[in-house]
Design a protein. Structure first.
Length: 63
């Protein structure tokens, strides 16, 4: 977990990339919970909105 909100997106990316594909949604939920506790909901949701589309598209198979 970063100390500075500027590093939040990078941390979320690292968490998602370290998670096995079948655990990516639980990893995302855990990262969201931890980040919200430290940085608040607004900063966390903004970071997730920037990170999730790219990371999920890269990791998950097409529908």
């Amino acid at each position: 977990m970063p100390d500075d909100v500027k590093d939040l997106e990078g941390w979320i990316v690292a968490v998602l990339r370290a998670a096995p594909v079948d655990q990516i949604f639980s990893a995302s939920a855990r990262a969201e919970r931890l980040a919200t506790e430290r940085f608040g909901a607004t900063a966390t949701v903004a970071a997730l909105r920037r990170v999730l589309p790219m990371e999920l598209a890269a990791r998950l198979p097409p529908p």
